[in-house]
Design a protein around this ligand. Structure first.
Ligand code: CUA
Length: 348
């Protein structure tokens, strides 16, 4: 029975490990494929620590195998006990000093990188974004630009973007593995800061890395890295949004009215400060609905009618509007595309 349990445990361990590792397969959601300064520094440290571990493993296994072979009982040596060694000063010094050296080799660059990144993260830059984590979405406010948005954070390639981070409820953690390390967002006045510097244009997955409620695992977001020119264009487009602009089709116009009557108390369009719900200024450009669903109209209708089914514990009320009304609201929201610079164009 015991052997069977052991095998089962090993199998369980390996299959969970495989499951965890397969999660890293998502494009641009991998700390192992750094596309930004912070992520690069962190990967170097990971490689160093793994190299040390592999070295120790190989040395220990070699000694172990040698001892097994060299001191095994040979034929005719029943109850054989090899010579016992005890209190050997030289040996004890060796196996104390070697781990100390290994730890130093690991500690010096790690501590150095930690302090470097911490110091860098306090340096302000031209582009500053205030990030607020909320159950279960992200709000982004571009300082001095009067731009509010959520879920998709636009930044220019090759430039430092300084982020200040806070939370409107519980502790979350802002993590874009391919670009930088993770930083907690705290409730109250305890503001953290960090910066993003991405080397390549593209769309990068981000994730909340702090257990924050039932839908924590669904608190996804994206960082959309575009060229500096495109970023300037995007900023312009976003600044020129008229929140009251009338949509073209009648259905969308009806949707706009329904939206204004039912949704506007929580959601904003235009450069409003953070509300109860995500800012929807460029909703039609979003890479995902609610960070997780493909941006199709059917998905949006399903989401509006029953958000709790997709993101348990979120603050949006279910069945606030009928499916027919939701369909009109969806029509309105999908056409909110203020910029030609979209995640699609970043992906190419
Ligand atoms: Cu927010 Cu986990």
């Amino acid at each position: 029975m015991k052997g069977w349990m052991g095998k089962f445990r090993a199998l369980f361990l390996f299959s969970s490990l495989a499951l965890v590792l397969s999660g890293c397969g998502k494009e641009n959601l991998s700390a192992l494929k750094p596309e930004g300064y912070g992520a690069e520094v962190i990967l170097d440290l990971m490689i160093l620590s793994i190299a040390i571990m592999v070295f120790v493993f190989i040395v220990v296994m070699a000694i172990y195998t040698f001892v097994l072979v060299r001191y095994r009982a040979k034929k005719g040596q029943e109850n054989y006990i090899p010579k016992q060694t005890e209190g050997n000063k030289a040996l004890e010094i060796i196996w104390t000093v070697i781990p100390i050296i290994l730890l130093l080799v690991l500690a010096v660059p790690t501590v150095q990188a930690t302090f470097d990144l911490a110091e860098e993260s306090t340096k302000k830059s031209d582009i500053q974004v205030e990030v607020t984590g909320s159950q279960f979405w992200w709000h982004f406010e571009y300082k001095g630009q009067e731009i509010s948005t959520s879920q998709d954070l636009y930044i220019p390639e090759g430039e430092r973007v300084y982020l200040t981070m806070k939370s409107s409820d519980v502790i979350h953690s802002f993590w874009v593995p391919s670009i930088a390390g993770k930083v907690d967002t705290n409730p109250g006045d305890n503001e953290n800061s960090m910066y993003l510097e991405a080397y390549e244009e593209g769309v990068y997955w981000g994730h909340c890395a702090e257990l924050c409620g039932p839908a924590h695992s669904l608190m996804d977001f994206r960082v959309v890295v575009v060229s500096p020119e495109e970023f300037e264009q995007w900023v312009n487009d976003m600044k020129n949004v008229d929140p009251k602009a009338e949509p073209e089709t009648t259905v969308a116009q009806e949707g706009q009215e329904l939206f204004q009557n039912n949704c506007l108390s929580c959601h904003a369009i235009g450069s409003a400060p953070k509300g109860v719900g995500p800012n929807l200024t460029n909703f039609g450009d979003r890479t995902k609905i609610a960070g997780i669903l493909e941006p199709t109209k059917e998905n949006l209708v399903d989401w509006i009618v029953n958000p709790d089914e997709f993101k348990p514990g979120n603050n949006m009320p279910s069945n606030l509007v009928s499916e027919e009304e939701a369909s009109k609201i969806a029509e309105y929201l999908m056409q909110l595309q203020p910029s030609k610079i979209t995640p699609e164009s970043a992906k190419e």
